[in-house]
Design a protein around this ligand. Structure first.
Ligand code: CUA
Length: 257
């Protein structure tokens, strides 16, 4: 065998070995570390209605409709330890769906249903955002996915539906999208609940302890990043409010026992 042939044979052996090692590593990643193979496309037909389907107490299926400019359903609550199959469809334009703090990232493309499966082990409030520019309302496109402990989940299921709110200040909070992250029924969301907020002893992320008075309430509405409550992320956008509107909201919060 000539030296050239020998060299050629060596090159072939080395490249085959590389390919085998690559396959071996891929197999190891799938079996040992449960790295999923991409399984984005499904044979589910595009849908127009969002819903949460319960398969078992630890297995759920969410159909998200991404449309200009909201996600349906806007809030999903599941118990910790659940596996969720997430399907996303859109009736209008291309949207993106990202669940902050996780590696969940799907595109919502007209005519197609995209899919992924996630497991949530710990209670946490996740924010679902649209990350594909989809028009003037794009930055408002957000939803909540709350993973709660089993007891909270049971209590929520047993609780009667909240009564309709008619207070103009509440309507204003809703119109400014405040209620996407805050509740008035005591449940924590992306932000702390507004129930009983006035006079509440509150620890801030800067380590200080304060009592929420009207100066603090005003500040945290007008300049949300200055005082962030411990345990929450600095994600609240500055709302566009007139002085009168801020006054009305602060007054409403003071009476929200
Ligand atoms: Cu939908 Cu951006």
């Amino acid at each position: 065998m000539t030296p050239a042939l020998r060299l050629e044979r060596r090159i072939i052996i080395i490249s085959v070995a590389f390919v085998l090692v690559l396959f071996g590593l891929a197999a190891m990643a799938i079996n040992l570390f449960h790295v999923g193979l991409p399984t984005c496309l499904t044979d589910i037909k595009p849908f127009q209605k969002g819903e949460l389907i319960t398969h078992s107490p630890t297995h759920y299926e969410v159909h998200y409709v991404a449309r200009m400019w909201e996600f349906d359903p806007e809030e999903v609550v599941v118990p910790a330890g659940s596996t969720i199959d997430i399907y996303v469809s859109t009736p209008d334009v291309t949207h993106g769906l990202i669940l902050l703090g996780t590696n969940l990232n799907l595109m919502a493309v007209p005519g197609v249903v995209n899919y992924t499966r996630v497991k949530f082990d710990q209670p946490h409030s996740y924010q679902l955002l649209c990350h594909e520019y989809c028009g003037t309302g794009h930055e408002r496109m957000a939803a909540n996915l709350r993973v709660v402990d089993a007891a909270t989940f049971q209590a929520k299921k047993a609780a009667p539906a909240a009564p309709q709110q008619t207070d103009p200040a509440y309507k204003l909070l809703e119109a400014k999208d405040c209620m996407t992250c805050h509740s008035i029924d005591g449940s924590e969301g992306i932000g702390p609940t507004l129930k009983g907020v006035y006079g509440r002893k509150t620890k801030l992320t800067n380590g200080s302890n304060i009592v929420a008075d009207d100066v603090y309430l005003r500040e945290s509405i007008v300049n949300p990043s200055v005082t962030v409550v411990a345990g929450f992320d600095d994600v609240m956008p500055k709302p566009e409010l007139t002085d009168e509107e801020v006054n009305a909201i602060v007054e409403y919060l003071e009476n929200l026992k």
